[in-house]
Design a protein around this ligand. Structure first.
Ligand code: ZN
Length: 150
């Protein structure tokens, strides 16, 4: 095991995670990759218009770290817009404000960020089975209501 990562707290994940400029052939299309916490930084600062101090608190990071994440995000967006690159939003080092869990018997419940970091759940609170899984936010079938059935 490496060092324990410092989780950033994220309240929402964008529904659309890929943007592509019109009229550029795929073979020459370049892509910038925005992490989920970079998207969250933009959302809090530029969309909700919060002060940096409050943004940092909401994401559970220091103000200098928030500033760095925000600058990186803005830089990538500017690069994509002005140089005609696609934007992909994925990955990163984050935990949801509320992370939904599901057990093998189909019970679902929400675990708050603070609990998730301090002591992740090991049993279903309804039926006590240890066969539980966090409903994954990205790349593993995340949909608006959680985990998508195929
Ligand atoms: Zn259960």
């Amino acid at each position: 095991m490496g060092r324990i990562p410092k989780w950033r707290r994220v309240a929402s994940i964008p529904e659309v995670t890929y943007f592509k400029p019109a009229g550029i052939p795929a073979r020459i299309l370049e892509e910038v990759c925005l992490s989920v916490e970079e998207a969250e930084a933009i959302r809090l600062k530029d969309l909700e218009g919060l002060e940096q101090e409050e943004c940092a608190q909401r994401m559970n990071i220091s103000r200098p770290t928030f500033h760095r994440v925000l600058e990186s995000a803005r830089n990538k967006l500017a690069d994509a817009l002005l140089n005609g690159k696609a934007i992909r939003i994925e990955g990163g080092n984050f935990e949801m404000v509320m992370r939904p869990f599901r057990c093998i018997n189909g019970h679902e419940w929400d675990v708050p960020f603070e609990t998730m970091i301090a002591m992740p759940p090991r049993f279903c609170p309804t039926c006590n089975t240890p066969n539980i899984l966090p409903i994954q936010p990205l790349g593993l079938g995340w949909g608006r209501r959680g985990w998508r059935r195929h």
